[in-house]
Write a protein that binds this ligand. Sequence first.
Ligand code: G1P
Length: 284
Amino acid sequence: MKGIILAAGYGTRFLPATKTVPKEMLPLIDKPSIAFIVEEFLASGITEILVISSRRKKSLEDYFDREVELEGIFRAEGAEEKLAKISPYKAKIYFVRQQEMLGTGHALLQAKSVINDEPFVVAYPDDLHFGSKPLTRQLIETYEQTGCSVLATIHDPPDLNRYGVVKLDPDGIHVADIVEKPPRGEEPSREASIGRYLYTSELFRLLEEGWDLHRGGEYYHTYALRQLMKARKVVFKRTEGERLDIGSPEGYLRAILRYAAGVESYREVIREAIEGDLLGPGLG
Ligand code: G1P
């Protein structure tokens, strides 16, 4: 099974940094956020990864290449720890550029010729997952049990209305529909879809069908997904473990703190912020 990372977007919520730094390269302290997705794929047994990128995202390609010069220096120094930090992933990572920002459906169509006739996992790099079983693995196991496409969900987040909310089939297993950002009080369930999807390759046929019907503007994958849902070919997997949304600056800061909480010297700084005078009057 292959993995796809949708990394073509502008990342406008992180301007001005994202004028030149791809959003996916913004790090949690020292590791670019996209690396967490690649590690989740690898830990789930996926070693072939397609990144859908775009212009101004060149550093993504460089990041996954070897850093030969530094390797030479660290090897000469016998600096094994530093060497390990820059050694490339044991994965085949391909890149394709989405030439126009025409939405997720259009982005996924770029992957068709690479995927062939097998199921695949799609990750939005805004959603990071931490836990004993990688989220992608959870989706693969659900697919193995059901043969269906799988949506990852979280249960009853406080900002439910900012998500695609799933409507469940009466059998409690299949997903009957998805409502994007439903108004308060009109949510079809408390189950919110997050940025991990496992699709069967049938999705491509439906994406193409939808593309033919599409009349300009951004093209999302919703049409294709809905067709799969109508055919009762979609189930959901409620995420086990912790999901962090780094799509907004506030969520990104929260993720940095959660990540930092795992390292004692960083925890010390967080304590200083809570108990000491690190926050002060602010710099802005
Ligand atoms: C997208 C999806 C939505 C999902 C969300 C998860 O929305 O369209 O269904 O709930 O990601 O983060 P976006 O956040 O891009 O508006």
